[in-house]
Design a protein around this ligand. Structure first.
Ligand code: AMP
Ligand code: ZN
Length: 311
């Protein structure tokens, strides 16, 4: 809450950068910033992230926008920094939640004269998320996540782009790193990097330009810029283990400000972008890149039909 941030500022504090009256406290940086310096800090964090990615500076970017704060904030900054961007939204068909999500994206784009493409999961995959939920015994969040990831890749290429931007932030990435380390998932750890190169002519490079910015910083940015993201959470998500890892890091952060950044950056900074070496095959069903005979999308859809058939 902004009011809380203001209240926590020590009396007589000055902006760490310009000595003006500060409005925002950044405990992990041991800094207090005025609004202008905060916006400068925020843009610089995105610019630094983009510089780190091995991608020509004039690459057009397709921004995956859910209607949440992260993806709208990243779209705003990339646009401000002069990148050529277009939005991409997948309507998941989750009643009011999806209707509100589309509305948030539409309002954002209209105000800035930015264009975005909207696709419906039902049209592309034949089922909305609630329908899939009724037809599978698997956790809906993991099925939905898998479909979103794969379809965002495909739609990026279909839209004529080679680079996909997603809104994952420092908290998301640090939580994921902790989860992968706890479970010693070497295969995922190798891919734990804010940039993934294209590993197939039909797969885009994937960028996470917000990986240096924390949840609360993104909230503040949206408030300052008048960005109105959806406020509700997906009604189908509950008790994801990723939340618990994030909470564990929040505990450490509260006791030792800066720990979350140290944890993620000490890992990421020692690594270079993963190599694109996977020898992909082709899905026999849909012709998209696949590790085996069937791609993961066709595999999910096949099992849905089977489970439905068994009812
Ligand atoms: P999530 O996995 O829901 O936390 O979302 C992570 C990122 O995926 C978001 O920041 C967006 O960039 C993207 N994303 C999630 N849902 C959608 C959607 N329905 N349409 C387009 N992009 C999405
Ligand atoms: Zn397929």
């Amino acid at each position: 809450m902004p009011e809380k941030i203001l209240a926590e500022l020590p009396p007589g504090a000055k902006c760490t950068r310009c000595r003006a009256h500060p409005t925002i406290r950044l405990p992990s940086h041991h800094a207090n910033l005025c609004t202008e310096c905060f916006l400068h800090y925020f843009r610089t964090a995105v610019r630094r992230a983009m510089k780190k990615f091995p991608l020509p500076a004039d690459t057009p970017l397709l921004v995956a926008v859910s209607g949440g704060k992260d993806s709208l904030a990243v779209w705003e900054v990339l646009h401000e920094l002069g990148y050529t961007t277009k939005g991409l939204h997948i309507n998941l068909g989750i009643d009011a939640f999806s209707a509100d999500s589309v509305q948030a994206v539409k309002e954002f784009a209209q105000k800035r004269s930015l264009s975005f493409a909207e696709y419906s999961l039902k049209d592309i995959a034949g089922h909305s998320v609630p329908e899939i939920r009724r037809r599978t015994r698997r956790k809906i969040c993991s099925v939905c996540g898998l479909l979103k990831r794969q379809l965002l890749n495909r739609l990026t290429i279909r839209e004529g782009f080679r680079a996909l931007v997603v809104g994952h932030n420092l908290d998301d990435e640090a939580g994921r790193l902790l989860g992968n380390l706890v479970r010693h998932r070497t295969q995922y750890l190798e891919k734990q990097y804010p940039f993934l190169p294209s590993s197939h002519p039909r797969l885009p490079a994937k960028l996470k330009p917000l990986f240096r910015l924390e949840n609360h910083e993104i909230q503040t940015f949206c408030r300052l810029k008048g960005i109105l993201p959806i406020q509700t959470k997906c009604p189908l998500s509950h008790g994801a283990t990723s939340h618990t890892f994030k909470e564990a890091l929040d505990f450490l952060e509260n006791n030792m400000p800066g720990t979350k950044r140290d944890f993620l950056f000490s890992y990421v900074n020692r690594r270079s972008p993963p190599e694109s070496t996977h020898p992909f095959g082709t899905c026999t069903q849909c012709g998209e890149p696949a590790y085996s005979d069937l791609c993961s999308v066709c595999n999910v859809l096949k099992h849905l039909d089977r489970e439905r058939g068994g009812e």
